[in-house]
Ligand binder design. Sequence first.
Ligand SMILES: Cc1cc2nc3c(=O)[nH]c(=O)nc-3n(C[C@H](O)[C@H](O)[C@H](O)COP(=O)(O)O)c2cc1C
Length: 283
Amino acid sequence: MKRKIIPGQIPTKDLHQYIIGAVAPRPIAFVSTLDENGVQNLAPYSFFNAFSSNPPIVVFSSNRRVSDNTTKDTLHNVRVSKECVVNVVPYSIVRQMSLASVEFPSDVSEFDKVGLTPEPSETVSAPRVLESPINMECKVKDIIELGEHGGAGHLIICEVTMIAVSESVINGDRLDPHKLDLMGRMGRNYYVRASGDAVMEIYQSVTEIPLGFDGLPQTIRESKILTGNEIAALASLTKIPELSETSLTADDVKDISESEKHEMASRLITEGKIKDALYLLTN
Ligand SMILES: Cc1cc2nc3c(=O)[nH]c(=O)nc-3n(C[C@H](O)[C@H](O)[C@H](O)COP(=O)(O)O)c2cc1C
């Protein structure tokens, strides 16, 4: 049974909660800007993502307030200066980020209010956040207004001119997600911390064509024991393995009932022994 949510038939503030609860977790752009008087502004925006690598484009949306249809300082500043810095938000500064979302007056700098340090950027005038491990300096290419009423977004399309990355979050020449410890925004006041068990690696070759669900025997596809995720792990192999490609012996698969095979296969998949599991199930 699914509840139907029809835009226009419920208040915008409630629709907003369904949208931000469903489109989650979202990355957080902690956006620093400068106004025409040189006041440094800092605010979090989670209607945010990367959309292109060449040219390097990130986009965030500054919305009209649902309560009174007013617009925000960040939007004003990017309209005036055509520049901003998108700083990432690790766990270590999440409370300061949250504090920066308060609607302080326009002539007040959130850097002072939340105790973060502005450091000079190299390609734009807006400052970077020193305590953030990755700062994307951006030129604003375009601002697209999505509507005129409370809740309407303004897409702020930014071309990244330089990325400053702290050595502390790099392994070799790659970002290390464990060291980054980034925060994501969910619905209401919920956040997710990308650390520990929350960070997992799912390898999937996209060039080799896998068996797919329909390439697996029916007994596997209709298993009452294996989950959809477990069957997908088997379906991601490119062929049914030979015994020699597994760590099993012929004795391991002798005289085992079908349901015992499925139980064993489930354990093997958890251990990452996908080929062993598929061999067991097909012999
Ligand atoms: C984690 C988080 C994410 C947010 N995302 C957005 C967003 O995507 N768009 C938006 O308009 N406001 C968003 N807000 C609210 C703004 O941060 C808030 O209105 C802030 O006062 C705007 O500051 P400014 O007027 O200095 O730009 C978010 C708040 C938090 C805490």
